[in-house]
Ligand binder design. Structure first.
Ligand SMILES: NC(=O)c1ccc[n+]([C@@H]2O[C@H](COP(=O)([O-])OP(=O)(O)OC[C@H]3O[C@@H](n4cnc5c(N)ncnc54)[C@H](OP(=O)(O)O)[C@@H]3O)[C@@H](O)[C@H]2O)c1
Length: 350
């Protein structure tokens, strides 16, 4: 089946991820009449730009999914939990951007370059990972082919669009207020984000880690099919508009040289090496924003660990971290001819 024959619903079409999903579909020349832009009742009747035309937003209700082949849901966990089963029961495949279903056993969690095969056992819903997990597992998957990983330590530098459109406005508004010596209004985060760095992304758990850090661990284990993977992260919000960056230290069973790592990463689909530190050439969020790839550099032997390697990556959280990965999942589904759940998956649900 050709993807342009499909009727596609974008739930969250007015949001940060939904807007990029529309942009990507327009780049693929998906017919405007086969796109249904959905959002909350607040946005019903509003217009969103699609290629050189406009789409009218409709309220995302269960019946709005009648006739939908594929629903991309980029709203909130509550919306996904309420509407995804409704869309599935009306015959749609749901590709969900949120965390509502990611760890459910019956839901594949997919980064096509890593575990595309997992789309084959979907039962109507496929999840995409958190925007910090996606670039990380792409890099780890390429490196573990050289030697098995024994531990991974990550620090993230996450942009405000990872929180959504309102947080981007807050960063800009606060920045202007600081420059104009006016009072700063704080709504999206526990503290001011402009000219600051917050070592907290999401709520804290009893073990001292945050939910975001917990997601990175559990989602990486599921995607890489490594339930025993040892991974510790510190997730940090930084005053950057778009693109997350990560400092990654990997320990391997056997030493992996920077040259071996560079060779493996350079051959990996979706990864681009940007690694000329002598010329101050390395990945940066400003350069990654608007691009589809994961950019990797600063690859070096970790002097604190005999078999360790350190590196740095940047990736557009709204594209490969969200909307692009979701569209690539649809490509994978169509390539493998599994738009509808396979009989085996349907039987296992019965
Ligand atoms: N931002 C990222 O980098 C990123 C990456 C990976 C995954 N995700 C996930 O993607 C989802 C959306 O994130 P975002 O950053 O795009 O958030 P956002 O900018 O805040 O947008 C939220 C969208 O959800 C819609 N919405 C809210 N309540 C709704 C309802 N009751 N029914 C239908 N639509 C409703 C909003 O519509 P209104 O305009 O009508 O309120 C808006 O279009 C979240 O689950 C997030 O975890 C985000």
């Amino acid at each position: 089946m050709n993807s342009s024959d499909l009727t596609i619903a974008i739930v969250g079409a007015t949001g940060a991820v939904g807007r990029i999903a529309l942009e990507l579909l327009a780049d693929r020349n998906h017919p405007a009449e086969k796109i249904v832009a959905m959002a909350s009742s607040r946005s019903a009747g509003k217009k969103v730009t699609y290629a050189n035309t406009e789409l009218t937003v409709v309220e995302a209700t269960p019946d709005a999914f009648n006739g939908t082949d594929v629903a991309f849901i980029s709203a909130s966990s509550e919306v996904s939990k309420r509407l995804a089963p409704e869309a599935v029961s009306r015959g749609a495949l749901v590709i969900d951007d949120g965390s509502a279903f990611r760890m459910e056993e019956s839901v594949p969690l997919v980064v096509p370059e890593v575990n595309g095969v997992d789309v084959e056992w979907h039962e109507g819903i496929i999840s995409i990972p958190n925007c910090t997990t996606t670039p990380l597992v792409m890099v780890l998957d390429a490196l573990r082919a050289i030697s098995p990983m024994t531990a991974v330590t990550v620090s993230t530098y996450q942009s405000v669009t990872g929180t959504g459109a309102a947080a981007e406005i807050e960063l800009l508004t606060q920045s202007r207020a600081v420059l104009d010596s006016e009072d700063v209004v704080i709504e999206q985060y526990p503290h001011q984000i402009a000219f600051n760095v917050l070592p907290q992304v999401d709520d804290f758990l009893s073990n001292g880690y945050t939910k975001e850090e917990d997601k990175m661990l559990n989602e990486s284990r599921k995607i890489l099919h490594e339930p025993g993977l040892r991974l510790s992260s510190t997730c940090v919000r930084v005053p950057v508009q778009v693109s997350h960056s990560e400092s990654v230290a990997v320990e391997f069973q056997d030493a992996v040289s920077p040259e071996e790592a560079r060779d493996a990463l350079a051959k990996t689909a979706g990864i681009v090496l940007v690694d000329e530190p002598g010329n101050s050439v390395y990945p940066m969020p400003l350069k990654a924003a608007g691009a589809d790839e994961v950019f990797v550099g600063r690859i070096r032997t970790d002097i604190a660990h005999d078999t360790g390697l350190s590196l740095w990556l940047s990736c557009d959280n709204l594209r490969k971290g969200a909307a692009l990965n979701a569209l690539q999942i649809l490509d994978e589904v169509l390539k493998r001819n599994v738009l509808k759940p396979s009989r085996q998956a349907a039987n296992s649900r019965a």
